[in-house]
Design a protein around this ligand. Sequence first.
Ligand code: NAP
Ligand code: G4F
Length: 393
Amino acid sequence: MERRALPFYEETRSKTYAEWDILPLLDSWGENVIRRSEKSGKKALITGVTGQDGSYLAEILLAKGYEVWGMVRRSSSPNTTRIDHLIEDPRGEDVRFRLVWGDLNDASSLNHILRSIGPNEVYNLAAQSDVKISFDIPEYTGDITGIGAVRLLEGIRENGLQTSFYQASSSELYGKVVESPQSETTRFYPRSPYAAAKAYAFHITRNYREAYDMFAVNGILFNHESPRRGLNFVTRKITHGAAQILAGKLDCLFLGNLNARRDWGFAGDYAEAMWLMLQAEQPSDYVVASGETHPVREFCALAFARAGLPLSWQGEGVDEVGLGPDGDVLVRVDPRYFRPAEVDLLLGDPTKAKRELGWEPKVSFMELVNSMVDADLELLGVKALEPQPSTAG
Ligand code: NAP
Ligand code: G4F
C-alpha cells in the first residue's frame, strides 16, 4: 500500500528563550545528553509536545534513544518556544525529533499520523488544560480534553497497532475530595468542565484496556510546575509577577483564592513517571504526587521572599493584601479569579508509583519555588533584592 506523506511541520524556528538554558535543575536534560544517547529503536508520539510536560517528556525520551514525534496544532504564530532547542533540520540524516501537524479534534489527522508512524508508545498530553477557562469554553474542553482521548485510542485500535498508550489524567478528578490523601482508590468528584472531561478520558482509557486488552494507562498527576509553566497557572503567575514587580513593570499582583491548597511537584520528575508507567510489566493507573500540600498564600510568600520582597499579610477574604518590605501593597485578591466551583485541597499519595515503578521525585517544593523565581528573574533581567527568610502563612 502506498503511504501518503505525513503533513510535516515546516521549520519556522522562533528565537529560543534563554530561559530554557539557565536552570541548574535542567543540566541533566540538556542537548548533549540527547546527542550522546544510543538509539533505542523505539518510536514515541507525543500529543501536546509544545506544552510544559511535552517538552520535558521529549527531552527524556530523546535522552533514552527514542525517535520522538511531536504533534503540533496550527496557530497563527509559532508556539514552539519550549521545544526550539530540540528542533532539528528535518532534511538531515538520523533525525530523532520530528514534528507533525495534527489536532485532537481531527480524527483523520490522528489516524493518519498513527498509521504512518506506527509508534511503540503514545503519550496523550494535549488538552485544553486550564480549569478556570474550561468554565468559559465547556463544550470545546469536553471535545479536546475528553473525546480527544478516544479518537487516539480508536486510531490505535482500528489500525491494529501494538502501541502502549499514556493518558494524562489529573488530580482535578478528585475535586471536592472525599478523603485525604487521595490515592488510586479514592472516588472522583469532578468540580469543573475540565475535570468532567478528564473523567471521561480516564474511564475510556481504562475501558479500552479491559475491552481490547490494550496497554493503556492513566497517570493521575497532581499539580506539577516548572519555569516552563504557562503564565496563567498560579505558580508561574506568582513567580513571573514577582519578577515583573522588581523590573518595574507591575505595581501589584492580583490573585484569586489564596486558601486553595495544592500538592505541587516538578514537571521533569513527573514526565519521568509517565515513561516508567509505559515500561511496567502490566498496565495500571498510578497517582504521581509529592505527598505534601501547601496553600497558594504560602507559595506566594516563599516566591516573593526569594525575590527579596518578603510579604506580610493583612486583612481577610477579598480584602486580604500582601505588603512588601516598604509597606506597598504588592498582592491583592481579585474575585474575578475565583472559580464557580473550587477544588479546595489536593494531597496525593504516591505510594503505588514508588513501590511498583521505583519512581522518586528529585526536586523538593522549596527547590521548585526557588528555581521558578530565579528563572523568571533571569528572564526579565533583574536580580533579587536581598533573599529574605519567608513569613509564609
Ligand atoms: P499545557 O502546557 O497547557 O500544554 C497543553 C498542550 O496541549 C499544548 O501543547 C497545546 O498546544 C496542546 N493542545 C491543546 N489543544 C490541542 C488540540 N486541540 N490539539 C492538539 N494539541 C492541543 O499542559 P501541561 O501542563 O503540559 O499538561 C499536559 C497534560 O497533563 C494536559 O493534558 C493536562 O491537562 C494534564 N495535566 C497537567 C497537570 C499539571 O499540573 N501540569 C496535572 C495533571 C494533568 P499549544 O501549545 O498549541 O497550545
Ligand atoms: O494553577 P492553577 O490554575 O491550577 P489548577 O486549577 O490546580 O489546575 C492545574 O493542575 C491540575 C492538576 O490538579 C491540572 F489537571 C490542570 O491541567 C492544571 O495544570 O490553580 C491552582 C489553585 C486553584 O485553586 C486556584 O483557584 O490556585 C488558585 N488560584 C488563586 N489565585 C489561582 C489564582 N489560580 C490561577 N490560575 N490564577 C490565580 O490568580
